[in-house]
Design a protein around this ligand. Structure first.
Ligand code: TA6
Length: 286
């Protein structure tokens, strides 16, 4: 079932339910803000105080950072994480592939508004496939006559039952930039979260695992080389109006992307396709 819905203020989203899973995707930002396999906990975290308002990013789910990640390189007045996450996308395809698999495609085309912020022509598509796993694929077509460079991420917020028990596996011996002290380090072993963390890991493997007690979520990424690990912890959570003070205990951002010193260059008339697949498991005991 694919339903076109809206919040009381007119904020539009698509609700998907099939034999395996359910999901919600906002047209603003092509933002997947809910995904859950039936009988399992939600994979994605969504803030109880998230805004569903025109022009405001949703705190939770999978915001799309494009065409730049974080602060703009040269103009601090431009929106953090680019304009795609607050732009209105167009629904281009909706199909129930099978009774347990649903496919949605959304499109963002350059226009006068985007060109005032970033002077390039582009055609970006997001394909979301909802089933026993969630697949999110971005296809960036440079329709301009000159190359462009992007930094980008699928800024995914994961739902965790207890941040104290969380382990991120797959990053051993990977170097990272710590955005808090602006230093470079090499990860040793698994990542645990026991304080504010805001790091960019470089040259990461395609498979990363998030362990949360008896649950495991596998992230399989394609054509992406960086991973941001972010948890705002106590003080930063208090500063965010769209997040409860103690919500940091139940979320962790693992953001697959091409970030920082690893931007992507896309030549004129070329297309770059990248994305992530999320699959959750209940880990057997013993
Ligand atoms: O990805 C980590 C980060 O860049 C943090 O530095 C933090 O600011 C976060 O994203 C959230 O950004 P936002 O603009 O959504 O408040």
């Amino acid at each position: 079932m694919i339903e076109h819905k809206q919040k009381e203020n007119g904020f539009k989203y698509i609700e998907i339910k099939n034999e395996k899973a359910e999901a919600k995707i906002a047209l603003q930002g092509a933002h997947v803000f809910h995904y859950k396999e039936l009988g399992k906990p939600s994979v994605l975290w969504l803030s109880e105080l998230a805004y569903f308002e025109e022009g405001k990013a949703i705190r939770g789910g999978i915001p799309i950072c494009f065409p730049w990640f974080g602060k703009h390189k040269t103009d601090a007045t431009l929106a953090q994480h680019g304009f795609a996450r607050t732009a209105l996308w167009t629904l281009t395809l909706e199909e129930e592939i099978e009774s347990n698999t649903t496919h949605i495609q959304l499109q963002l085309l350059s226009d006068e508004k985007s060109k005032a912020l970033w002077n390039y022509e582009f055609d970006v598509r997001l394909d979301v496939v909802v089933g026993s796993e969630l697949s999110v694929t971005l296809s960036v077509h440079n329709t301009d006559s000159k190359p462009f460079e992007i930094t980008t991420a699928l800024h995914s917020y994961f739902n965790v039952s207890n941040i104290d028990e969380v382990l991120v596996k797959g990053l051993d011996n990977t170097s990272y930039y710590d955005a808090l002290d602006k230093m470079e380090y090499v990860q040793k072993g698994e990542v645990i979260i026991d304080k504010e963390v805001d790091r960019v890991y470089y040259d990461v493997p395609n498979n990363i695992e998030l362990h949360d007690g008896k649950r495991k979520v596998e992230l399989t990424q394609s054509n992406l080389n960086s991973l941001v690990v972010w948890n705002p912890w106590i003080e930063k959570s208090k500063q965010m109006a769209d997040m409860n003070n103690d919500a940091y205990k139940n979320m962790l951002c693992l953001e697959t992307g091409n970030i920082g010193r690893k931007p992507l260059t896309i030549e004129a008339n070329e297309r770059c396709v990248y994305g992530v697949v999320l699959k959750s498991y209940i880990v057997e005991e013993g």
